[in-house]
Design a protein around this ligand. Structure first.
Ligand code: FAD
Length: 386
């Protein structure tokens, strides 16, 4: 790209974290960028999550993308004023089977800097009173110091504002894309021309590309979440994972996690019923984002099941030694899910790339994924094949 010819334009459909990740990487690579978002502000998965950039608990391709994402989050804290801090992640074990998972990870596949903590130290990281029943119940912890916690409510809005303020960037909200062709995007506000188009519409992919979504097995995963007041002064600590989290993330997978799954689901079948991942993050205002449950649907019903919420909230209350948690807000989140793979990449027409993450780790891997797509474009490689 020379200063004489205008830089190629990339149009991006969707201003969630995946679309904006591509926008940031494209601006950094010298492209002109137009982001098109149907809502007046992004309000779906990318604002409804924990803000956990849990790179250390990912593995394989997701682990590589997550590792690439961490420095980009920290750069966006500087450049775009995103609230993101290096909180670390603490996995807490309260049974022998959970402690065995942490010991196995620490011994065989710990990321750099990870530290196995004795129970008392892990309990102290949760600000539990020494000698209390809750503190005594903590058997061990595994601390992953590199991870980041972002504020999910403001992050994508601030990144969008940064993109919009960039001399080569533009974000058009309240602009619904209804067709994508080579070289142009049709919207409810007219046609947008672009050299390359990236479709990052999350769980709504099937509205624009039903065949691609069907072939990739894309469905909606519905999750229940809550924001609670911390039951005691906790300071700003790490994101906290529990035994059910050890059954979800690649870093923990192994014989000890298999044994934990059998033991935990036999003792607590309700965790299997709601596909629980009992965890929380601490936000800058001190409140805790607590979740979550998982259920796959073709069209997720919007209703929050109070019994499911209680299972989560009671478990976090028990971990924190509180009789009950004060709930400030509850909501449902949706993300794209598939049993066929973690990322749906497709090129439905020349110069059109679909990038949909089909597992619930977009905050963790999205920025790395955007950087990878744009690097492929710069090299002249179709990103869907990269
Ligand atoms: C409750 C919950 C908790 C989670 N916790 C975490 C976590 O802690 N860490 C983590 O890494 N991940 C987490 N995730 C997953 C993460 O939030 C998602 O993977 C990620 O936000 C997906 O981003 P996206 O940009 O693909 O989708 P979205 O955020 O849904 O963005 C897609 C955007 O595209 C727009 N759009 C769709 N169709 C059109 C169209 N035709 N025209 C114009 N615009 C359109 C939508 O309006 C939307 O704004 C969680 C998800 C949920 C729901």
């Amino acid at each position: 790209m020379t200063s004489q010819t205008p830089a190629p334009r990339i149009a991006i459909v969707g201003a969630g974290i995946i679309g904006l990740a591509h926008a940031v990487a494209a601006l950094d690579a010298g492209f002109r960028v137009t982001v098109l978002e149907q809502d007046a502000a992004a309000v779906t998965a990318s604002v409804r999550n924990f803000g956990h950039v849990g790179a250390s608990v990912q593995f394989g391709e997701l682990g590589e993308l997550a590792a690439a994402s961490l420095p980009i989050w920290l750069s966006l804290a500087e450049r775009a004023g995103v609230t993101a801090r290096r909180s670390g992640t603490l996995a807490v074990a309260r049974s022998a089977a959970e402690a065995a998972v942490l010991e196995e990870v620490a011994a065989e596949r710990a990321p750099e800097g990870a530290r196995l903590l004795p129970g008392a130290e892990a309990a102290a990281a949760l600000a539990l009173e020494a000698g209390s029943r809750a503190a005594a119940a903590v058997r061990a912890g595994l601390l992953f110091p590199a991870d980041v916690t972002a504020d999910p409510r403001t992050a994508v809005a601030r990144i969008a504002a940064w993109v919009g303020a960039h001399e080569r960037g533009e974000v058009r909200f309240s602009t619904t894309v209804h067709a994508v062709h080579t070289g142009r995007v049709e919207t409810n506000r007219g046609t947008v021309e672009a050299d390359h188009i990236i479709v990052a519409t999350g769980h709504l992919l099937g509205r624009l590309f039903p065949e691609v979504a069907a072939a990739a097995g894309v469905r909606e995963c519905a999750l229940q979440m809550a924001r609670v007041r911390p039951p005691h002064a906790m300071g700003l600590g790490p994101a906290v994972l529990t035994g059910t989290s050890m059954l979800r993330y690649g870093r923990f997978a192994g014989p000890a996690a298999d044994a934990l799954r059998a033991e935990l689901f036999a003792a607590r079948p309700e965790f299997a019923e709601i596909a629980a991942n009992v965890m929380f993050t601490q936000q800058a205002d001190g409140t805790l984002l607590v979740g979550d449950t998982h259920a796959a649907h073709d069209a997720a019903p919007p209703f929050l099941d109070e019994r499911w919420s209680r299972i989560l909230l009671d478990e976090v209350a028990a971990l924190l030694g509180a009789p009950e948690l004060e709930v400030l807000e509850r909501w449902q989140g949706l993300y794209a899910t598939s049993e066929l793979g973690d990322i749906c990449r497709a090129a439905p027409a020349p110069g059109v790339s679909i990038v949909t993450l089909t597992t619930g780790v977009g905050m963790t891997v999205g920025l790395g994924l955007g950087a990878r797509t744009i690097a492929a474009l710069v090299q002249g490689v179709e990103p869907a094949t990269h």
